[in-house]
Ligand binder design. Structure first.
Ligand code: ADP
Ligand code: MG
Ligand code: MG
Length: 251
């Protein structure tokens, strides 16, 4: 589903990613871990096509074609979803209106009719239940005045509504208390499916107690320096990242 080869990315002419290789197949859940500032958000943002990132070398192939030239909204319509590390507030636009617009623009892109009011209500009720979100949050402005945990739940609600093929979750666990973490994990686990892939960016091992990844990668200094299975996450929890940095310096 996703094949990244030798990806180099700069922000304001500063190289951030320096040769990332990553392959994610349908049905798989990958965790990207790594120290602060190692480029995890840059990687998820550049896959989603956010502005401000310049691909200077390498390629991002998604569903068999190179998407590096596609705009973020086109990638979203093609099924790539990004849950932000810092979800944005949109005063004056209700959560419901935003979700309906997002669903309809995706349908339009694929030449489909708009979703009916009845189908939309049914869908949103079902998905709000999944993330244990009260109905009143659907009528409020997007993320405005939401707590950190509520914003993260809202990101999972958006993902559930949009049913992406490739979901990128950037530090969905940060700022969550244990109850909210469980709710978010439940939502993510409910969306695991053989035709969907997920990439979880996380700084800590904690999230991976609830969402068990198939593969774990360590990003350090703009490159994936180590890959393994879920046991790698436990090892990192125990030993930190220093030993890997050490490996790198030793070549
Ligand atoms: P992580 O998510 O792993 O903490 P980031 O991808 O956010 O790391 O950042 C990687 C590096 O790129 C950091 O040194 C950060 O300061 C820099 N960086 C990221 N985005 C920008 C930006 N918009 N402008 C300037 N520097 C940035
Ligand atoms: Mg960070
Ligand atoms: Mg980050």
């Amino acid at each position: 589903m996703l094949v990244i080869k030798n990806l180099h990315v700069s922000v304001f002419d500063t190289p951030i990613l320096k040769g990332v290789d990553l392959e994610v197949n349908a049905g798989e859940v990958h965790a990207i871990m790594g120290p602060n500032g190692s480029g995890k958000s840059t990687l998820s943002n550049v896959i989603a096509g956010r502005d401000g990132y310049e691909v200077t070398e390498g390629s991002i192939e998604y569903m068999g074609s190179d998407v590096t030239e596609l705009e973020a909204d086109e990638r979203a319509c093609e099924g790539i979803f990004l849950a932000f590390q810092y979800p944005v507030e949109i005063p004056g636009v209700s959560n419901m209106a935003m979700l309906k617009a997002a669903i309809n623009s995706k349908r339009k892109y694929h030449g489909e009719d708009e979703i009916s009011a009845g189908d939309f209500l049914k869908l949103i009720r079902e998905k709000a239940d999944l993330v244990e979100m009260k109905q009143e949050f659907l009528k409020r402005s997007v993320n405005e005045g939401f707590s950190g945990g509520e914003k993260k739940r809202n990101e999972i609600l958006q993902m559930a509504m949009l049913e992406p093929k490739l979901a990128l979750l950037d530090e969905t666990d940060s700022g969550l208390d244990i109850d909210a973490l469980k709710v978010v994990s439940k939502g993510v686990n409910a969306l695991r499916s053989p035709d969907r892939a997920m990439v979880l960016v996380t700084h800590y091992q904690r999230l991976l107690d609830y969402i068990v990844p198939d593969h774990v990668h360590v990003l350090a200094n703009g490159r994936i320096v180590k890959s393994g299975d879920k046991s790698l996450a436990l090892e990192l929890e125990e030993k930190g990242y220093g030993w890997i940095d050490g490996l790198q310096k030793a070549g």
